[in-house]
Design a protein around this ligand. Sequence first.
Ligand code: NOJ
Length: 556
Amino acid sequence: MSDWWRKSVVYQVYPQSFKDTTGNGIGDLNGIKEKLPYLADLGIDVIWLNPIYQSPLVDNGYDISDYYQINPIYGTMSEFDELLQAAHDLGIKIIMDLVVNHTSDQYEWFEKSKQSKDNEFSDYYIWKDPKPDGTPPTDWGSTFGGSAWEFVEARNQYYLHLFAKEQPDLNWENPILREKIYQMMTFWFEKGVDGFRMDVISLISKRQDWPQALPGAIYSKSYYVGASNGPRVHEFLQEMNTKVLSKYDVLTVGETANTTSNQAILYTDPTRRELNMIFHFDHMHLDYGKYGKFSDIRYKMSDLRDVMSEWQDKLEGKGWNSLYWSNHDQPRAVTRFGDDGKYRVESAKMLATLLHMMKGTPYIFQGEEIGMRNVPFESLMQYQDIETKAMIAEMRDAGETEETIKKIVYLKSRDNARTPIAWNSDDKFGFTEGIPWIDYSPDNTEINIEAALNDKYSVFYHYQKLIQLRKTYDIIAEGFYELINPNDSEIYGYTRTLNHEKLIVICSFSEDKVNYVLADELVDGQLLLSNYPDSAEKLIKKLELRPYEALIYLKK
Ligand code: NOJ
């Protein structure tokens, strides 16, 4: 198998919010096809499509009711085929979301499974008897609120759902179910899709001794004890690899919350034949609080540097990193990690620089390439997301003030990432002729694609240059990562080394001017890119960095 994905940059499209061509207010497949030239211009190699399968959309498509059908709100199967072909014609690959920890409760499999204990589908899901007092088998909470178990009269049993009760967990212990999944994956590969992003794949194997939650665990994640990186997860992935993945030259990335860098090696070491790479959450956790992600804590740059460096170091020569700041589950990167006010453009470019010069495969979430920021909705009623709604209820129950809730939701709601892309500054922003499924960001008039394309200093062109650099210099994909000045309080600097070359990356996280002194061996490198128009062509020993300045030098 080739490893083309080591040199690729992936762009994540959240179809619902990308581009609508029918006027129903929901982005669609033809909209993505129409915008392929824009993505080709940006220079990306791969598109990751969030789920577009048949779904009642309780969790925006992560509740699939038929793995073989396209949801008609996005288009038809032949439109999907056309999109895939059009992307391939432009040299762009498409990876799909693979959601196989759970399905929708409206999937025919579940509808049959819940009817009795002895039909063909009975063991497709995880059913357990109540405890003698009638309560659920374990005390686990579910991600979107309430118990992780739901009782069904017809079977006199509970079924497990780690997410919403409309998202029952599949029973991976059942070899017939696993075969069904592999068949489905084969169907999509035979169509020509180029890989899968595997939703919560680290949760598919459950401990069969069904332990109770650990004391002190956050309720909505208390199932981790019995489900996270479970006993057979690697066996299942190796089986999947043997039966399906090894037959195709594809990209696989597992979403693996609660996974350490040591565990990541188990998933991504090529000799183990599991996945190419995983999404870890360690940098996402830096600003977590008592409700998990929903907190107003600000991360510390030194913590971020520690985490990113740990993953670069640990996976060197053993596994492969995926690099991301944001996705459809996270707030906007520039708000969370940069300065989305005065230095929005500079800090968005700085964050892009820091990430894209690291070792691994970078992922750009739609809108990040124009520096979109969190959405200041006026009312909590404007939020659509199931997780956000559950958290609002939980925080209200806990007695938090509306002001605090609003602030936290503004900082962390998944809807920050889900408002429509503004293609221009018209009244409907070139997104739809109809009413958008979720409100527009009030920023759209200022922050939109047309404005970015018309400004040669925009965040867009910086991303374009970073992608070009990756294609031009092998050192960016393959060089050895090393932190420099590890104790500096404002600057994150590192080098990449390949043979006799060194790439030097220096990124300021300060809104003030800061002095920075380099080791002699790095001095004299040649400037490759900066986020200020007039940075020095040759790297000097004593630098004075401007707010959020980001510099890339190459020393041969
Ligand atoms: C992770 C997905 O990214 C998220 O959007 C979804 O809610 C959960 N998995 C459940 O599928």
